[in-house]
Ligand binder design. Structure first.
Ligand code: HEC
Ligand code: HEC
Ligand code: HEC
Length: 454
């Protein structure tokens, strides 16, 4: 009798613990949402703030820092408004943009980026209010006046002006970054860091539909006449006569290739054949493209608390993924460092990791977060291109910790919640570099704010 009562009591206590745990984990999930940033200073009108919070904050962030919850997956990243630096202007290099410049970006959008044309969504008063609100994020708009460029006389376009433009293009050395053919061929360098800390590439000038600031001759003229602040794209003010600068814009417009969607079958085949050829002759470039579209950079570069890449740590690994209840993963260092990166791995070892999920220590990776099953179908040429690009990365010493598996109890408890209680099992990414650069030992790994990947 006594034994039975004890068993019952034990049972009740266990039930209570179980319930408390359940409550705790559910509550925990609520607490782990995004931190709510504070709203910026005095809004001029509530309307501007309302529309901004509803339409723009998801990318540009509540405080205009370009760190909204949707940023992780975007390339290019949304603008950080607090610096007051703008790319698409009709004003001199270093000047703030005019209201019309900002309105143009907002109304027409920036082609080929996540910044859509808001014209059909936001009109009239709201548009004006939102413009005023965006300007509040930087003190520059209070203390400075925009300096519009003098556009000069527009030269009528002709074969002669286009020919002249080609020569000026060479003389001004646009080819150093855009290549002699506008496609990057023969360029000295095509990959850069912008002032916000993101990688950027010189635009392929034969694909005007990718020009974010627009593809009219006037748009092209303004881009290099005023420069794109915050990027390596310089301003050519005073570098040549206005007439010559207009002819360069006409030349650039003239080298546009036919877009794929208006090619016939024969042209398409020739086009992709040529792309294949180019990939073979320049694997590093092809590899850079693949590494960017396959998301390697997003996972293998550690992040700061606002979700932006840590400076100087491009692809150096050390991002921490807590995938409950499976394991805590640390992304690998993919730079060419021989000790902590891929420098001393053979091509075959890297291919085995990418296509078979086999790590260089022989252990197998789970099919997540490292998405190797989706890479298993990569063509040999593409694998070689990825490796060629990774080998071209400067070595960064960053010793990444081993993966941590949970103990059996928490693993089973996690599985139970997933399968029986049907709770979603979230993955968390912790900001900071969890690897050990030279000056730090692994035991001092960073543990800063918990973030949830959308
Ligand atoms: C889905 C994400 C997204 C949303 C939503 C969004 N933007 Fe953007 N925005 C971007 C990106 C990405 C860029 C950067 C493009 C680049 O660097 O070329 C940008 C750039 C800008 C720029 C800078 C242009 C320059 O000259 O540098 C302005 C101004 C801007 N956005 C305003 C807004 C406003 C106002 C809203 C709300 C109505 C908004 N954006 C909503 C993604 C977004
Ligand atoms: C130092 C390298 C460099 C030089 C020199 C250079 N560019 Fe650029 N250019 C860039 C980069 C980088 C970008 C992309 C910037 C971005 O969006 O982050 C770019 C973008 C552009 C764009 C696209 C803008 C858009 O709307 O998206 C045009 C057009 C352009 N350049 C034309 C020229 C012309 C013409 C010259 C010579 C007069 C020139 N560039 C010289 C680096 C350069
Ligand atoms: C969604 C995030 C994610 C993406 C995208 C991703 N990786 Fe990984 N990768 C990881 C994680 C996490 C690990 C560590 C897995 C482990 O320890 O089991 C890893 C491991 C690796 C390894 C194994 C290194 C070793 O220990 O031998 C290589 C190589 C690698 N990744 C290369 C790449 C390349 C190249 C790409 C792009 C083509 C890429 N990864 C894309 C998350 C990612």
């Amino acid at each position: 009798m006594k034994a039975l009562a004890l068993k019952l009591l034990g049972g009740i206590v266990l039930m209570c613990i179980f319930f408390l745990l359940l409550l705790w984990t559910t509550a925990d999930n609520h607490l782990l949402g995004y931190p709510q940033p504070q709203s910026p200073g005095q809004p001029p009108t509530n309307l501007g703030k309302q529309v901004y919070d509803a339409k723009c904050a998801v990318c540009h962030g509540k405080e205009g820092k370009g760190d909204g919850p949707a940023t992780a997956a975007l390339d290019p990243k949304p603008r950080d408004f607090t610096l007051g630096k703008y790319k698409y202007r009709s004003t001199e290099s270093g000047s703030i943009p005019t209201d019309d410049d900002l309105l143009k970006s907002i109304r027409k959008g920036l082609h080929g980026t996540a910044m859509i044309d808001w014209e059909s969504n936001i009109g009239g008063d709201s548009l004006r209010a939102i413009l005023d609100f965006v300007k509040l994020f930087s003190p520059r708009f209070k203390s400075e006046k925009p300096k519009p460029v003098q556009v000069g006389l527009v030269v009528p376009i002709s074969n002669a002006t286009i020919d002249a433009g080609r020569k000026v293009y060479d003389r001004l050395q646009c080819s150093k970054c855009h290549g002699h053919d506008g496609k990057g061929t023969g360029a000295e360098v095509t990959t850069f860091m912008d002032d916000w800390g993101f990688e950027t590439h010189s635009t392929n000038l034969t694909e005007p539909w990718t020009f974010r600031g627009g593809s009219s001759i006037r748009d092209i003229y303004l881009r290099f006449r005023t420069g794109m602040d915050g990027t390596p794209m310089p301003s050519y003010v005073g570098a040549a006569s206005d007439r010559d600068l207009w002819s360069v814009a006409q030349y650039v417009a003239s080298i546009a290739r036919k877009p794929a969607w208006s090619m016939n079958e024969q042209e398409l085949r020739a086009h992709y054949g040529q792309l294949d050829q180019e990939a073979k002759s320049d694997p590093v470039r092809r590899g850079r493209y693949l590494v960017s579209v396959l998301g390697c950079t997003d996972c293998h570069t550690p992040l700061n608390p606002t979700g932006n890449p840590l400076e100087g740590m491009q692809l150096a690994g050390g991002q921490r993924w807590e995938v409950y209840p499976f394991a805590t993963f640390y992304t690998a260092n993919l730079t060419s460092d021989p000790e902590t990166g891929l420098g001393s791995r053979t091509d075959q070892q890297i291919k085995d990791a990418l296509t078979k999920g086999i790590k260089s220590d022989g252990s197998r990776m789970l099919p997540f977060p490292m998405p190797w099953p989706s890479m298993a179908g990569l063509k040999e040429d593409d694998l070689n291109a990825i490796i060629a690009h990774l080998r071209s990365l400067p070595p960064v010493y960053n010793k990444v910790p081993e993966l941590e598996k949970p103990n059996v109890f928490s693993y089973l408890w996690g599985k139970f919640q997933m399968l029986i209680l049907k709770k979603p099992m979230p993955a968390y990414i912790r900001s900071g570099n969890h690897g050990a650069p030279k000056e730090r030992s692994l035991s001092q790994a960073v543990t800063s704010g918990k973030e949830k990947r959308p």
